[in-house]
Ligand binder design. Structure first.
Ligand SMILES: *Cc1c(COP(=O)(O)O)cnc(C)c1O
Length: 399
């Protein structure tokens, strides 16, 4: 078997590395990456097995630890993010949970922004405190609240930016600085921005997590996650935690996702240009009361978006002029855009957060985040922009 990556010692652009990084051809010389759908690996001799286990031979041992196909996916993500190291997980939530648990112990303290993906909020607000790790939730945009929440026990800051579903943007560099002054690490859930449009590590974050289920797959096929950071973070904390607790990515899913990465920059660029056109159309429509899109100059943090993102992204949040009934009428009248709770898919998706992704939150917590019954989240896909515009325009007539 040969590992035919790009030649060492030369630098290549991300688009090139996402296509060639981590190629691992078998003796057949196949063009497309082989899928190593195997749980274990055989050793020629007892001595070879011993050497593999004691680390003298760095080969594969067991797919809970590592697998050639999963490694191809990880190498592409490391290249794209500009990270030193990274590990794939079975889902985005496995990545978030591992990134937190691997470095925390009872007595530590976590500070996180209130506006988090529902399951992330569960991990911080409900799960960690059960194991003696209390958390403080703050308004992520208010730097004074971050400073005030710090205690001598604070070990981790956690944010998602832009936030789901309100598309608020938080200052990664400023929050990283406060974290580092407190001796804590900043973990960023970068799903909404995608690794194409925002590089949290370059902005000062310590750890980046993704749900690869979203734009990285981009075609709604598999679950996946990845945690990226320094070699030290991965080797000191993550490596052993993942090996021993087992939220491993399936080689089949890794293969799907590694192939997805080949087209990720192209897809994000096109989805983003479709999103920009839809955002402009919706913002001017009389039946839309308010609209938030990170790429518009009327975004409340437009200057910050310019500073830390390379574009406005693929998601739009807006409030229909009306309430739940009007929001539902709009959704039910769509013919091209699908009703679902996923995002980052080639297929455009409409979500009503108050009754789906954020249903678990009590009404006052939803109100605090600005998630009203009239609010909708639109994940813009790869359909022709004219068909999307027409679908949305026709559906608004039903409101
Ligand atoms: C989807 C999502 C997750 C969880 O990912 P899964 O792959 O569904 O487990 C975490 N954070 C954000 C921001 C997400 O959108």
């Amino acid at each position: 078997m040969s590992r035919d990556s790009l030649p060492a010692g030369r630098s290549f652009n991300a688009a090139t590395r996402l296509i060639h990084e981590g190629e691992s051809r078998s003796g057949f010389g196949e063009m497309s990456e082989a899928l190593f759908l195997t749980s274990g690996f055989a050793y020629d001799t007892m001595e070879a097995a011993e050497a593999r286990f004691d680390g003298r031979d760095p080969g594969f041992i067991y797919s809970r630890f590592s697998n050639p196909t999963v490694s191809t996916f990880e190498r592409r993500m490391i290249a794209l993010e500009g990270a030193e190291a990274g590990r794939a997980t079975a889902s985005g939530m496995a990545a978030v949970t591992a990134a937190m648990l691997c470095q925390l112990k009872a007595g530590d303290h976590v500070v996180a922004a209130k506006a988090l993906f529902g399951s992330c909020r569960y991990v911080v607000e409900d799960l960690l405190p059960r194991f003696g790790v209390p958390s403080t939730l703050v308004d992520g945009a208010d730097l004074d609240q971050w400073r005030a929440a710090v205690t001598p026990q604070t070990k981790v800051f956690f944010i998602e930016t832009p936030t789901n579903p309100t598309l608020e943007v938080y200052d990664i560099s400023a929050i990283a600085e406060i974290a580092h002054q407190a001796g804590a690490l900043l973990v960023v859930d970068n799903v909404f921005a995608t690794p194409v449009l925002q590089k949290p590590l370059a902005l000062g974050a310590d750890v980046v997590v993704y749900s690869a289920t979203k734009h990285i797959d981009g075609q709604g096929r598999t679950l996946g996650g990845v945690v990226l950071g320094s070699e030290k973070f991965v080797m000191d904390h993550l490596h052993t935690f993942l090996r021993q607790t087992g939220p491993a990515m399936s080689p089949f899913n890794a293969w799907t996702l590694a192939k997805g990465l080949e087209t990720l920059p192209l897809r994000v660029e096109k989805m983003q240009s479709n999103a920009a056109a839809l955002a402009d159309f919706l913002a001017d429509h009389p039946k839309v009361k308010t609209l938030t899109y990170c790429g518009r100059s009327d975004h409340p943090q437009a200057a910050l978006v310019k500073k830390q993102m390379a574009g406005g992204g693929t998601l739009i949040a807006f409030k229909i002029d009306g309430s739940k009934a009007e929001a539902f009428r709009f959704g039910n009248a769509l013919e091209v855009v699908k009703i679902s709770n996923n995002l980052g898919d080639a297929k455009s998706i409409l979500t009503h957060p108050a009754t789906t992704t954020h249903q678990r939150l009590p009404p006052d917590a939803r109100a605090e985040l600005g998630i009203t019954d009239a609010m909708l989240r639109l994940s813009v896909g790869l359909e022709h922009v004219d068909d999307l515009l027409q679908d949305v325009e026709t559906a608004l007539k039903a409101v």
